[in-house]
Design a protein around this ligand. Structure first.
Ligand code: FE
Length: 219
């Protein structure tokens, strides 16, 4: 398969039309649809599932474990590639991961200014906006403005650090653990972590206190 994430060997001047691979996929989809063999809505549903559910759940597991296990968090800081592989999420050969931790002082945001490099082993497929030229350029020039458009307004004193992904190095944002989540187990914590929170265009969700007095994830 053609690797469109290789910055050194690939022409990126194809933002407004299909890449070879996209054109081939589109042609195949059209043909199969015309023959009545597939339902495009079903294909969309599958893509949506991988974009928003299956893939990002891997990353949410990584984040929840980091929140729950200080040793794992330390490992993740030191060698994210190995720490993530230990949970069974493996990338392609030669791909390295770095986990960037949000703190009270600093918020992290991920972009690929050249194309669409993305930590797919933990987040699945990138959202369409991640690949859009507007996001790729503006995330660097005006990160605070971009975050505001995502509905995330950070305090002026909070520093925003932007990380530019490459074919060799991909980033995963570890959001701050929300307040009121002390009694929550890993699975419930993972439920607070959205895909966007791990890209840095959102923060982790909040917990509510159940009738039984223990915190649980909001739907
Ligand atoms: Fe890229």
């Amino acid at each position: 398969m053609n690797d469109d994430h290789d910055h050194d060997h690939h022409d990126h001047a194809h933002d407004n039309h299909y890449s070879d691979m996209q054109a081939r996929v589109k042609a195949l989809e059209t043909l199969l649809t015309e023959k009545g063999l597939i339902d495009p809505a079903a294909i969309d549903a599958i893509v949506e599932t991988y974009e928003t559910k299956v893939g990002p759940r891997n990353g949410a597991h990584v984040v929840a474990k980091a929140w729950s296990d200080a040793d794992f968090a330390e490992w993740l800081k030191r060698d994210a590639t190995a720490a993530i592989v230990s949970l069974g999420y493996t990338g392609r050969q030669g791909e390295h991961m770095r986990a960037v931790f949000n703190t009270a002082e600093t918020h992290n945001l991920i972009v690929c200014t050249l194309c669409s490099c993305y930590p797919w082993s933990v987040l699945g497929l990138p959202p369409v906006w991640y690949k859009a030229p507007a996001y790729r350029s503006r995330a660097v020039i005006d990160p605070r403005g971009v975050l505001a458009e995502f509905g995330l307004t950070l305090p002026e004193e909070k520093k925003i650090r932007v990380w530019d992904s490459t074919a060799e190095l991909r980033y995963l944002v570890i959001p701050e653990r929300p307040d009121g989540t002390d009694g929550m187990n890993e699975a419930a914590l993972a439920g607070l972590v959205s895909r966007d929170a791990m890209i840095g265009t959102a923060i982790a969700g909040s917990a509510k206190i159940s009738a039984a007095g223990s915190p649980e994830a909001l739907p």
